[in-house]
Design a protein around this ligand. Structure first.
Ligand SMILES: [Zn+2]
Length: 304
């Protein structure tokens, strides 16, 4: 049993207990690579979509942290999340650049927030990604299903090349869950990695539901990581549980798995994600790497 489990037991963990949980692991807090903040109209649209989740996904999805922006920032601070991005993603052309401008401004006015960028498959992508990198963006996000573009598109080749060269991580939602898209699954993004094998990629949701295939990408490419977003929670286990041999493999790849939560758009309390990770039974060293060290390395957070 880990120190953290002694602190109260995974099943008993609630948000108020989260600081005690990471303290019991000897951590200075948490680093979460999969957090969303968005301009209000965009986030409202996302929340309306979740209101209709029964129709879209076949299951209800009550957003747990549907609160005003300052309250969401305060919630992260109370949980002890020391560094996080404001992951954004466009669903149409001509939108990414303004999202990047918003993200830059949000990071500048929000302690702990890392400047974030995104892009769409469009001719201007190479220009505005270059500008975002030069402007200090330290993590990018691509959502293959929502964007509905092929990540192998010619106009993105230079973009992947720039990100690989800069060693700036890109969180890629390429798994076919909760909904498959025309370009989701390990195939299209696997081709991107074949062309850019040094890319620092973070596959969101461990690539759910194609856990095995995305694990293969981690084994094949040295800078590919997996984020834990929703993985192992009761909600996710009802849709796509991680096979036990895959969980065991995550234990051997402790430097390539990184905490992600999908805050605030999750249908349960934040503590459930941590309890789920602890429930994998991979030990305190693994939890420390996942919940702090790997995120610190990827987001360039100085650790004293
Ligand atoms: Zn997300």
């Amino acid at each position: 049993m880990s120190d953290a489990a002694n602190a109260g037991g995974a099943g008993a963990l609630d948000d108020a207990g989260v600081p005690g949980w990471w303290r019991a692991l000897g951590l200075p807090g948490l680093i979460d690579i999969h957090v969303h903040f968005m301009p209000a109209p965009v986030l409202d649209a996302v929340w309306r979509y979740f209101d209709d989740a029964e129709r879209h996904y076949g299951t209800a999805w009550p957003v747990h942290y549907r609160t005003p922006e300052p309250e969401r920032v305060a919630t992260l601070r109370a949980l002890g999340v020391r560094a996080f991005p404001s992951l954004l993603y466009p669903h149409k052309p001509g939108m990414a650049e303004s999202l990047n401008a918003w993200a830059s401004d949000f990071a500048a006015r929000t302690p702990g927030c890392v400047p974030t960028g995104t892009f769409f498959a469009e001719p201007s992508a190479a220009r505005y990604v270059r500008e975002a990198l030069d402007g200090g963006a330290r993590v990018f996000k691509v959502h293959v299903q929502v964007g509905d573009f092929d990540p192998r598109a010619d106009e993105l080749d230079a973009v992947w090349g720039m990100l690989a060269e800069a060693a700036v991580p890109v969180v890629v939602h390429c798994g076919s869950g909760p909904l498959p898209g025309r370009h989701t699954g390990p195939g299209p993004f696997g081709d991107v990695l074949a062309a850019h094998p040094r890319l620092t990629a973070v596959i969101a949701h461990c690539g759910a539901p194609e856990y095995r295939e995305h694990l293969d990408l981690v084994r094949r490419y040295p800078n590919v990581h997996l984020d834990t977003t929703m993985i192992g929670t009761a909600f996710m286990n009802a849709l796509a549980p991680v096979p036990s041999d895959v969980v065991a493999a995550y234990g051997d790849l402790g430097d390539r798995v990184v905490l992600g939560s999908d805050f605030p758009n999750i249908p349960y309390a934040y503590a459930e994600q941590l309890a789920a990770l602890e429930g994998f039974g991979l030990g305190a060293d693994w939890l420390r790497a996942v919940c702090w060290d790997n995120g610190a390395r990827l987001l360039g957070v100085a650790t004293a």
